[in-house]
Ligand binder design. Structure first.
Ligand SMILES: Nc1ncnc2c1ncn2[C@@H]1O[C@H](COP(=O)(O)OP(=O)(O)OP(=O)(O)O)[C@@H](O)[C@H]1O
Ligand SMILES: [Mg+2]
Length: 618
């Protein structure tokens, strides 16, 4: 009896006591997940360690967007043999000693978790040597276990290479995005660190190709090196000092504001942070100076006593808590306002730029009838009408939607521009009545049942989008070779994106060749795109592309089509000739989905005659 009870009790206990300690390597892998989510997080950690080590030269090498290799080489202070071993232990740090230190942090790191996390999810090789040591040490670690340790000849500094990230955590490896996407995250992190330390030389290579080469310099030089020459002479200096906090850095002049949020950087005590709240403060300062849907560039550095901050609220340290965030908000806003006010009341400081604007005909001469008509023959006008005459949508043989909306009888000879390019048939066959353009934005089209109000920009966006779609499915859009190939210099981050897009752009008629150093040469453009504006067209397309990039649900190609359609669509406010309107309307109704833009905005709305009659009691 007793024995049975004993067994029962034990069995019972075995079944209920279910908690076990995880083996170390699994615990480490799980903990690592907080710090190392993707290759870019490892890049951030390694770069920050190099900065903390006092290096003034830091090189980053990645292969396969960091999935195969991430290596950071610095000329910092290096580590002793024992420290090199210790560095990979969890909670091992040289940067803080007690809890109080947490509130006086001057270094980027302090948790002692980064290297332990990296060693848990990759194969790591560290080589390091201090100035005072004859020889250095080399350590190889895999799965948190030291595989090899030996003395090596080395220069002062450290090199940490991590290979095959997540080789032992397949679920995480599968979760990684395309190389293009991961590389962009890496570039983002690289830029954030490099921007904060212009006094350090940084370089970055991807698959053996140097993507960034950032010589030491001033913050202004670093911003231009990173974000591109466009910002040269377009930066307004922000600088205010108080006992509580200082702010310094630059904001872009209002005219450099973009449609995407990209070039916005806040640093607190040299640490890049994300803060929607402080972003709002800057946007407020720009107030009426920029369009509502555009974003100014800024790189602002806030310095304040670390005692007034808590950095330890998020594993990646990119979110922080201010003791009094309202003060910081007010301070940022007034500092930026002040800077902008100074810039706009002393515009002569930019006399070079202003003189060139003043001399432009458009500014210096009144708008005569003659100039008005020469504007009508401008490239923009022509691009628009030519564009619509050179469609290649040959696999579409019906005028399906056309019939629906024009009602019966449909003029059988009615043809959209796609079918007989280069003719002016539309003038003869589209409803004989003239179309009406109102507000230079809408086109009114009458049909049997009432009338349609077409939004010209939305409609053209749909037309272009389907044109691109069909161009890549069927016949590629013809290219015209540029007589004078234009060179385009981009920021390194944009160059990474453009490189990825080259094959698709080719199908759409753009011939681009990378020329090294973030420069591309435009050898040809689509036959129906006016030459001479290639540079702006490509820059705008990249802007739009980045705008869509946050949207993960679209493929790269889809984003490209949407970007190009948006960028090339005829804008509201543009006056159209009868011929242009008729081509636009005809082209719209041979689209597969004529009623909405690729983003789902309506392209037209219908007003039925019988409903109108009802409204008027008839
Ligand atoms: N490149 C380097 N040069 C010299 N010492 C380094 C380097 N990288 C790491 N260390 C040493 O190894 C220790 C552990 O680095 P690790 O990144 O894991 O932690 P941490 O930087 O202290 O804190 P955090 O986890 O917040 O980054 C550091 O405190 C530093 O002493
Ligand atoms: Mg660290």
């Amino acid at each position: 009896m007793k024995t049975i009870c004993y067994f029962r009790a034990t069995n019972y206990r075995i079944l209920t006591d279910i908690i076990q300690l995880l083996p170390d390597n699994i615990a480490n892998q799980i903990a690592a997940g907080e710090v190392i989510q993707r290759p870019a997080s490892a890049v951030k950690e390694l770069l920050e360690n190099a900065v903390d080590a006092g290096a003034d030269q830091i090189r980053l090498l990645v292969n396969d967007a960091g999935k195969a290799l991430i290596q950071v080489i610095d000329n910092g202070k290096g580590m002793s043999e024992t420290d090199a071993r210790m560095a990979f232990e969890r909670h091992a740090t040289s940067k803080i000693k007690n809890i109080d230190d947490l509130f006086h942090i001057k270094t980027m790191g302090f948790r002692g978790e980064a290297l332990a996390s990296i060693a848990a999810v990759a194969q790591v090789e560290l080589k390091t040597k201090r100035e005072e040591d004859e020889t250095g040490v080399s350590i190889e670690i895999e799965n948190s276990v030291v595989k090899k340790q030996e003395p090596v000849a080395a220069v002062t500094g450290s090199s940490i290479a991590m290979k095959n990230l997540f080789f032992n955590v397949p679920a995480r490896r599968n979760f990684l995005k395309s190389n293009a996407a991961e590389l962009r995250h890496i570039v983002d992190e690289f830029i954030r660190v490099a921007m904060a330390f212009p006094e350090i030389f940084f370089s970055m290579s991807s698959n053996g190709q140097e993507v960034f080469h950032l010589e030491k310099g001033t913050l202004k030089q670093r911003i231009v090196q990173i974000l591109g020459n466009n910002y040269n002479a377009k930066l307004v200096s922000v600088q205010e000092q108080t006992d509580y906090m200082n702010i310094f850095g630059f904001v872009g002049k209002p005219e450099t504001a973009k449609k995407t949020r990209g070039d916005q950087y806040f640093f607190v005590n040299n640490r890049f942070i994300k803060s929607a709240y402080l972003n709002h403060a800057v946007m407020n300062a720009f107030d009426e100076m920029i369009a509502k849907d555009s974003y100014p560039m800024y790189a602002l550095f806030i310095d304040l006593n670390p005692a007034h901050l808590d950095i330890n609220v998020h594993p990646t340290k990119q979110e922080i808590k201010f003791e009094d965030e309202k003060i910081v908000y007010a301070f940022v806003q007034s500092a930026v306002k002040h800077a902008l006010a100074q810039f706009s009341i002393t515009p002569t400081l930019d006399f070079e730029l202003d003189a060139s604007i003043q001399n432009l005909e458009a500014v210096s001469k009144p708008l005569t009838e003659e100039r008005r008509s020469s504007a009508a023959s401008s490239p923009l006008y022509q691009t628009f009408s030519q564009k619509n005459q050179a469609h290649f949508i040959e696999n579409k043989s019906e005028l399906k939607h056309w019939k629906e909306f024009y009602g019966t009888p449909v003029d059988d000879k009615l043809q959209a521009s796609n079918f007989k390019p280069q003719t002016s048939i539309h003038e003869q066959h589209v409803h004989s009545s003239d179309l009406l353009q109102i507000h230079n934005t809408y086109i009114v089209v009458q049909n049997d049942q009432g009338y349609l109000l077409i939004h010209q920009q939305n409609a053209h966006e749909r037309i272009l989008y389907e044109k691109f779609l069909y161009a890549t499915e069927g016949k590629a859009i013809a290219t015209q070779q540029s007589l004078f190939p234009a060179a385009i210099e981009l920021s390194a981050a944009d160059a990474v994106i453009l490189n990825e897009l080259i094959p698709d752009l080719q199908l759409l008629g753009y011939q681009l060749e990378p020329f090294g150093n973030n420069t591309f040469v435009v050898q040809g453009t689509p036959a129906d795109v006016e030459q001479g504006n290639e540079k702006m067209a490509i820059e705008k397309m990249l802007e739009q592309f980045k705008h869509f990039s946050a949207d993960l649900k679209y493929s790269k190609r889809e984003k490209l089509f949407r970007s190009l359609a948006r960028q090339q669509a005829i804008k509201g406010g543009t006056s159209l000739t009868q011929k242009e309107m008729k081509i636009l309307v005809a082209d719209l109704f041979i689209c597969d989905t004529p009623n909405i833009t690729p983003n789902g905005k309506p392209t037209y709305t219908t007003f039925k005659k019988n409903e109108l009659d009802k409204m008027f009691g008839r």
